[in-house]
Ligand binder design. Structure first.
Ligand code: SF4
Length: 208
């Protein structure tokens, strides 16, 4: 999923890119786990910002954990200017084989920098418990589902996995949102119990 306000047909060569003036997030610093010349995605949407065919993970050279940490460290000046550190870039970030470990690394850095995490995802990995667990570290998760029928899915989103269905995707997204809301409600109730009158309420993270 691309983080951009306007149509941008160029793939990102670097891991860190921007600042991008995001409509939803304000000034955001993009994190691209598939730097280089290939888009890596489980879809190949006909309207994709990147006018290049979509590849599977095995066809690309994903960034390593060390690469990502190093890229953040060498872009500290930009990190301090952004409102969000946003996983986006050349395709679908949750497809990265080390996605959970990279998120842990970046979340630690983000905490040091005092910046929240956001992600744009196509939701195809929400049936993977490791990905779902990693997404709990994000303040904002934007999931897209823009096909209403399997025919649209096949002709518009064009998934690599021909067995993918709208109902399967919708179910994963529904479960993810329900779990996130339950977790948020639990945090709220715990904060209420712990608050004394006049105390400011803890600011709660939000998924979705
Ligand atoms: S989900 Fe579709 S629009 Fe987003 S990066 Fe993949 S192919 Fe492009």
């Amino acid at each position: 999923m691309a983080l951009s306000r306007s149509r941008n047909t160029h793939l990102q060569k670097e891991i860190v890119y921007g600042l991008v003036d995001s409509r939803r997030l304000g000034p955001s610093l993009g994190l691209n786990l598939f730097p280089g010349t290939k888009k890596v995605c489980s879809f190949d949407c006909i309207y994709c910002f990147f006018e290049t065919p979509s590849h599977k993970v095995g066809d690309a050279s994903p960034a390593t954990r060390e690469d990502v940490v190093r890229a953040l460290d060498s872009n500290r000046r930009l990190v301090h200017k952004c409102q969000y550190l946003t996983f986006s870039g050349n395709g679908e970030p949750t497809l990265h084989p080390d996605f959970p470990a990279i998120v842990s690394d970046v979340a630690k850095k983000a905490q040091d920098f005092g910046r929240p995490l956001a992600i744009f995802t196509n939701g195809t990995q929400l049936s993977n418990p490791d990905v779902v667990s990693a997404l709990k570290k994000f303040s904002k998760v934007f999931v897209k589902l823009d096909c209403g029928t399997d025919l649209e899915l096949r002709t518009v989103a064009r998934p690599h996995d021909k067995n993918m269905s709208v109902s399967g995707l919708a179910q994963s997204i529904r479960q993810f949102v329900t779990a996130a809301r339950t977790a948020t409600a639990g945090q709220r109730s715990s904060c209420k119990r712990q608050s004394t009158p006049g105390e400011p309420r803890t600011r709660l993270g939000k998924l979705g």
